[in-house]
Design a protein around this ligand. Sequence first.
Ligand code: SF4
Ligand code: SF4
Length: 156
Amino acid sequence: MPEKKASSIDIFGLLSDDTAEEKKKKRRKELLEPTGVKELFKEGKISINKFTCEGGQCKLCIKACPTNALYWSSGAVGIIEDLCVYCGACVLNCMIDDCIKVERKREDRKTEKFSKPREVIMLEEKLNGQKRLERVKAILPTADDYCEKYGSKPQA
Ligand code: SF4
Ligand code: SF4
């Protein structure tokens, strides 16, 4: 019978990765706590294109950021990744399309990407619409419930 091969999984590597991840989470929590801003997304990333950024005359993203994750240094906008909560306020305020790119993952693992103010607005409208629908469904679960209360069918 052939000898069973040893598993190639690096247990110690996984453990140290976990520890690094835990340390990162702890550091983020400590940094974000004083800002009072909640972490709404599981994970994310942000980048700023320094070649299209008009930072010298602008800095609107820095003013808009609720956690002070953005700063001005040596002629460019810098990012403190540990402070970014991927809220999109910087993208919403940037006058250059695709200059700031944000990608974030929701608790349900859905990924959202945006890099233009109109994309942030559309995303917020979609999310608000979903929340409204969920609230209506919770109060009036069926079309008959709706008719009984309002006398006509809900619009699709
Ligand atoms: S808002 Fe946009 S253009 Fe203005 S400094 Fe920030 S990244 Fe640059
Ligand atoms: S997405 Fe932009 S505004 Fe929001 S926390 Fe991150 S850097 Fe600040």
